[in-house]
Design a protein around this ligand. Structure first.
Ligand SMILES: Nc1ncnc2c1ncn2[C@@H]1O[C@H](COP(=O)(O)OP(=O)(O)OP(=O)(O)O)[C@@H](O)[C@H]1O
Ligand SMILES: [Mg+2]
Length: 336
């Protein structure tokens, strides 16, 4: 399961992502955290020490890993949206996964993957989508099950809608301050997001009383609203160096996070829809300019018979272990 926190600059995406990751890590053995923002602050928000690998700098290495043994691609290069095939190397959201071990920073129950920021040579001529394509490749080759917990902090605004990351998450949560500009970001997103809107929700942040909460609901609709986190004096105390205050801030977030998790669990991924969307996006990418840029027909030869279901079987994984447990129980109950 994958979830992304989005919203206007400064609304509280990183604070909320970090809080949710810690909420999950306290209650579960393993959480995968993704910092997908060019201002990479998730590591410090999680108080993790140690160096991170910047995935955005390693696109060739990442794609050469994902390419695995596939022969269908021949000499054709991979781009961020190249769909997997039978011979691909897949990634699992597990502590012992070779890819995760190589690129993540591990601490306690958290593994943090980081896209990273610009380099000096990017100044004046680069775009963050160039960095995000490593993450897109990873998500499109990630065989996560409904028990795996993957939480991403993202760039400000609605930018991710312009990349294939837009459909990589099972749920989008916009973090909104109770202001017109902040709430406008999700309204803008919903206008262009098509059916991605069905998996999009909001939480209020820095909310000061019922009036603020009512304001947000009035702007975005009650059905999208999962609750609010108060404007927290405890967070400020923590940021001023009082370590114990973080526990108190965590308690202020708990009710909303329980609701977020409940709704998240109800959004099961349709893997064949995901695959079709990826194929469509890749084809579109090729037609727009990649084929021209590489002077090759990148789309032909793509394995359209590939299914994620087969890839799960090959790795002996079950995408929805809970559902399986229920059906396994059913005959036993019936014969009793
Ligand atoms: N509930 C809250 N109460 C008080 N202050 C908060 C709360 N949530 C976030 N803040 C403060 O708001 C500021 C911005 O928060 P944060 O960095 O999480 O936002 P962001 O959306 O990730 O920003 P950016 O767009 O720069 O990535 C920080 O100083 C943070 O401490
Ligand atoms: Mg941030």
């Amino acid at each position: 399961m994958r979830i992304a926190f989005l919203g206007k600059g400064g609304a509280g995406k990183t604070t909320t992502s970090a809080g949710f990751i810690q909420y999950l890590a306290k209650r579960n053995p393993f959480v995968m955290a993704i910092d997908a923002d060019l201002n990479a602050h998730l590591k410090s928000a999680l108080s993790l020490k140690g160096d991170v690998e910047q995935l955005g700098l390693h696109f060739d290495e990442v794609t050469s890993y994902l390419r695995g043994e596939r022969i269908d691609l021949g000499a054709r290069p991979m781009i961020g949206t190249t769909p997997p095939a039978a011979g691909s190397n897949f990634i699992t959201a597990r502590r012992d996964d070779a890819f995760v071990r190589k690129y993540a920073l591990f601490e306690n129950n958290i593994a943090l993957l980081t896209v990273g920021t610009y380099q000096q040579e990017d100044v004046g001529g680069s775009c963050y989508h160039e960095k995000l394509k490593s993450l897109a490749g990873i998500f499109h080759h990630l065989l996560d099950t409904e028990e795996d917990l993957i939480v991403a902090d993202t760039t400000a605004g609605t930018d991710n809608v312009a990349t294939s990351l837009s459909f990589a998450y099972d749920m989008n949560v916009f973090v909104l301050e109770p202001t017109e500009k902040s709430t406008q970001v999700v309204l803008d997103f919903l206008q262009i997001a098509g059916n991605l809107g069905d998996r999009t929700y909001v939480i209020g942040n820095k909310v000061d009383g019922e009036e603020d909460a009512e304001y947000i609901m009035g702007r975005v609709g009650k059905e999208k609203y999962l609750g609010s986190i108060p404007f927290s004096r405890n967070l400020k105390r923590f940021e001023q160096g009082e370590e114990n205050a973080l526990e108190e801030f965590a308690r202020e977030q708990e009710a909303v996070f329980a609701k977020v998790q409940e709704v998240w669990q109800s959004h099961k991924r349709d893997w064949s829809d995901y695959r079709d969307r990826l194929h469509k996006t890749y084809k579109w990418d090729c037609e727009r300019w990649y084929a021209d840029y590489y002077k090759q027909d990148l789309y032909s030869g793509i394995d359209t018979t590939f299914t994620y279901a087969d890839a799960f079987v090959k790795l002996n994984l079950n995408p929805s272990p809970t559902a399986k447990k229920e059906t396994e129980n059913a005959p036993a109950l019936a014969t009793r």
